[in-house]
Ligand binder design. Structure first.
Ligand code: SF4
Length: 455
């Protein structure tokens, strides 16, 4: 990849887990608007048989990883878990009351994220999940998943998760190099990861996923090669190979190192390219942006049958909507409306205790947002999009070909009539290509400090 292209396109830009992206949300929904959109989406999901999704955010972590961009609360006091579970279950109860759900909610996806969901003990996980499943019915082809930290996860926790139908596990690995682990304050051995991976397989988890990050301080081609080789030996079904997002002005933990410790634009991309080369030679297929899967994994299968989807949790094998989000800072999605809960734990708890749906902000999508959301999603999942029919067209797309012309000259995409297709070379610049379809970014002067660099 040419270094001039990297220089040209390595600019701050969104990762497009939503459109509009969170910094551009400017049409806050009232609680009534949010509930009404959710009601419609739940009705549609029940009628179509796709079922709904629930996301639960567990913010607690025992220590801070300095690269972290998540909403977390660092504590070693496990006394915080039980009251937090009470609040989550109360929030779910409030939703059922407001939505008028008297029977069981048909549940197709459940995802526990964080923070560290395995901060909860087996007994606490049992209490949380029993409280949810008392009011939900699992769809036959459900996909329940959890993010786990290998340092604090036990076989007993995995056993509880299997009892409730969890089949997918995402392990935060990031990098196995001791120097990198030290600076990012996340020391974990290959043996710890191997143990959890073997336990998960033994307990019949059908998809074990690893999360890796490239672009961390002190990473080198050699350290990436070593990490990827060790990872490939453990044979996870799916690998997310994320670009490190350096935003120290937002995340204070990232000030433990400086930009001088980080691989620069060209070097950083080479880390990805080398990692990709090794993963592909080990039988993994690149999917969407920054993801790899074995041919047997549902994420790969979804690229073959065209159901690959992307939401706040990253890539998923199919579109499930609505996402009912529980817990501090969690983001829900009713397709026409987004809503995010209070980000401060104490405020979130107070509002739930007062009997309020604890949303703090969100966005009611207008007609243009909905059409552009579809195009950006198409690009992120199918690597192509078309604006041929009136349902796919909005005035902002009137000069899309002009905005795409330079990307085409640089051979990052091909324009054909009213459609465009990302080229192999363009995959690395997917975020830049999506930016051409982002009316909100174009209309407001870009607040570049809100985003990390695209490459
Ligand atoms: S990376 Fe995960 S475990 Fe580390 S601080 Fe962030 S949320 Fe917690």
């Amino acid at each position: 990849m040419s270094s001039s292209l990297l220089k040209k396109y390595n600019i701050p830009g969104p990762r497009y887990t939503s459109y509009p992206t969170v910094p551009y949300w400017d049409q806050n929904p009232s609680t009534e608007e949010w509930i009404s959109a959710l009601k419609i989406s739940i009705k549609e999901s029940t009628e179509s048989g796709t079922g709904a999704a629930i996301y639960v955010h567990i913010p607690f972590c025992e220590s801070l990883c300095t690269y972290c961009g998540c909403n977390n609360r660092i504590t070693r006091n496990h006394g915080v878990s039980d009251p937090y579970i009470t609040t989550i279950l109360r929030e779910f109860e409030l939703y059922r009351e407001k939505l008028g759900i008297t029977g069981k909610l048909k549940l197709s996806e459940l995802h526990l994220g964080g923070g560290t969901p395995t901060f909860l003990t087996p007994a606490e996980l049992t209490r949380l999940l029993s409280g949810i499943f008392e009011h939900c019915e699992s769809m036959d082809d459900h996909e329940f998943s959890i993010e786990v930290d290998p340092r604090v996860t036990s076989r007993a926790q995995l056993e509880v998760l299997r009892t409730f139908g969890f089949k997918r596990l995402s392990l935060g690995i990031q990098d196995f190099d001791p120097k990198v682990q030290d600076i990012v304050h996340r020391i974990q051995s290959v043996e710890e990861v191997k143990k959890i991976t073997c336990d998960a397989r033994d307990l019949d988890f059908t998809s074990v996923n690893f999360d890796l990050i490239y672009g961390l301080p002190f990473q080198t081609i050699q350290s990436i090669e070593q990490t990827v080789r060790e990872v490939a030996e453990l044979r996870p079904d799916r690998i997310a190979f994320y670009s490190y997002a350096h935003v120290p002005w937002i995340k204070a933990g990232q000030r433990r190192f400086t930009e001088l410790d980080l691989p620069s634009g060209d070097e950083k991309r080479m880390l990805y390219e080398r990692g990709r080369e090794l993963l592909e030679s080990a039988g993994y297929i690149e999917i969407g942006m920054d993801h790899f899967a074995l041919k047997s994994d549902s994420l790969f299968i979804s690229t073959q049958n065209g159901t690959l989807h992307r939401n706040f949790m990253g890539y998923t094998a199919r579109k499930v909507n609505p996402i009912l989000a529980l817990g501090v800072s969690a983001i829900g999605d009713a397709w026409t409306v987004f809503a995010q809960n209070e980000k401060l734990l104490e405020t979130y708890v107070e509002r739930v205790e007062r009997g309020e749906i604890p949303i703090a902000r969100g966005h009611v999508l207008n007609a243009e947002d909905l059409i552009l959301r579809r195009h950006i999603l198409n690009l992120m999942t199918l690597m192509s999009t078309s604006w041929e029919s009136p349902q796919e067209f909005v005035p902002f797309l009137g000069d899309i070909q002009k905005r795409l012309a330079e990307l085409e000259r640089d051979e990052l995409l091909k324009i054909e009539c009213n459609a465009c297709k990302v080229t192999e070379k363009g995959r690395a610049f997917l975020r830049n290509i999506c930016m051409a379809f982002d009316a909100r970014l174009a209309q407001k002067s870009p607040e570049t400090r809100l985003f990390s660099s695209t490459i």
